[in-house]
Design a protein around this ligand. Sequence first.
Ligand code: SIN
Length: 180
Amino acid sequence: MNDSNALPTWVFGYGSLIWRPDFHFIESSPATVSGWKRRFWQGSHDHRGTPDAPGRVVTMIQSADDTCGGVAYLIEADVVRTTFETLDHREKNGYQRYDVELNLMDGRLQQGVVYIAPINNFAWLGEAPLETIAAQIASSIGPSGANTEYLFKLEAALQKLGFADSHVSELARQVRQIVG
Ligand code: SIN
């Protein structure tokens, strides 16, 4: 766990933090984390659904043979504390900070912080057939907007970065079939 001391700090985004970081950073780079995969297994009560009808958002799941692609952002030392306060609030629905090793596209290896929603947190929804997940995303909406927007923006951002993720692209395909 990173204690947000006053050193420049890398943060890795693999979900909404890819396409809407909404914080100040001095450098960013496509990056991967080895041994993890992205899955729509986390419930969203506060952004893309409600407590009564949660949406689904991504978390990272440990998986030895997989690599999760996203974006690494370097936060300047003097705003590290306030940036983590803002991100802790944004990611409060079950996510915790973890330290990971980031593989930056230029070959650098950097220690970084990532928000992961661990298995069995209070908003955990877990694995389900893709059809079930697609139907839930197609029908969910919350204070930050439609769950479909989250999925489609993530799909587009990953395509732009050149990261293939069949879990995301197959869900997007199925959701398009539902919503037209
Ligand atoms: C992330 O983007 O890194 C965390 C999950 C999310 O906020 O979508």
